[in-house]
Write a protein that binds this ligand. Sequence first.
Ligand SMILES: Nc1nc2c(ncn2[C@@H]2O[C@H](COP(=O)(O)OP(=O)(O)OP(=O)(O)O)[C@@H](O)[C@H]2O)c(=O)[nH]1
Ligand SMILES: [Mg+2]
Length: 424
Amino acid sequence: MFVDKVKIFLKAGDGGNGSSSFLRDKFTMKGGPDGGDGGNGGNIIITCTNKKNTLIDYYYKRKFLAENGENGAKRNMDGKNGANLVLEVPVGTIVRNALTNEILCDLKVDGSSYTILRGGKGGRGNSKFATPTRQSPGFCELGEKCKEYEVILELKIIADVGLIGFPNVGKSTILSIISNAKPKIANYHFTTLSPNLGVCKVYDDSFVVADIPGLIEGASEGAGLGHEFLRHIERTRLLVNVVDASECEGRDVITDIKTINNELASFSPILKKLPQIIALNKCDMATDIDKKVEKIKKDKDVKQKGIFAVSGATKEGVDKLLVAIAKELKELEPINNENFVSNIELDKKDLTSIAITRDSAGTFIVSGGYVENLNRYVVLDDSESFAYFQKRLREDGVIEALKNKGAKDGDEVKILNITFTFVD
Ligand SMILES: Nc1nc2c(ncn2[C@@H]2O[C@H](COP(=O)(O)OP(=O)(O)OP(=O)(O)O)[C@@H](O)[C@H]2O)c(=O)[nH]1
Ligand SMILES: [Mg+2]
């Protein structure tokens, strides 16, 4: 099955918690703090590869979690870091934030990678908080927790040339002659169900050709299979409009060219602008080829960079078509094969936001990124840690913010899991 668009869930690994412990053994009565640090959580990395050509791996399994960091332990044992999770996608895969649709990265270089989510930092163990004046810290840090995000993976094939046309006109046959590809060829409509790629060699040049499933009238709105695949040719530089010159299925060459062009134009302005070569195929069965070529040439509505009479059956004219494609490509801007990586972070860390609400009993509830972050550093039943918590609330403006919201002496305030009485 060819899968070219999926929505998946990603979560980087949480950081492991630091440990709070003191050395105790039969030789040491009052050993110092020996709680180790938590390990860092694993990152989620997207790597693109030429070895894959569909996103099928992400169709059945939709949730991807990187490993969590292990907690620290006594005897200064640090927790193990969580392993990174590497997701392999085909070259040409665009990753979007599913909430905003913003592009996060567009990987086009085989083997290149992008770290989409970073694992949480491990918390420090209590031994890290020992100072000459504070020899027995009874607190440690919790590991940083990571949130789950939804992203869209979207494959957009990168090829120099796109072969387009009605079903059964011989697109795949032409691809099989001009390139190394071995697409399925048969005498019925919609033989090709997903894009085929082939590499063509003309003397010293080589380029990639994509053959997409047949288009029909209304393809740009979803008729037939076309709609799904039109976007795959948006990244090509040149189109070859393959037409059945034998008109054997009751077709008309000019009508066919125009219908296909209308579909391209209604699908996207990018497709409308792409230069086009016309291949009149099945000329072994066609009559009046020269007249047909002239008719196309004279039609001002048909913009073309050359008309070639060919036969996929006898291979007549195919070489000339190939040379013309190679020549045309030389005139065009080279394909943009560079990765794009946006500076938008999927998991922008929120360490500062403070939200104050009141519940039905009138208790002030303080929440937000600031509070969640503070949670990592505070152990409420440790007096030193609690003193630090109070200091932070004052210095970081939480007390001030509460006053602004109308908190007065004696009001109840809930932050994290503790409820206390507000004293100004
Ligand atoms: N006589 C003749 N038959 C051809 C020629 N080119 C292709 N065919 C035949 O036309 C039929 C369709 O060819 P395909 O290459 O599968 O056509 P397609 O455009 O890829 O079709 P879809 O994938 O269904 O869109 C096959 O039976 C081919 O053998 C040609 O030049 N002359
Ligand atoms: Mg085909």
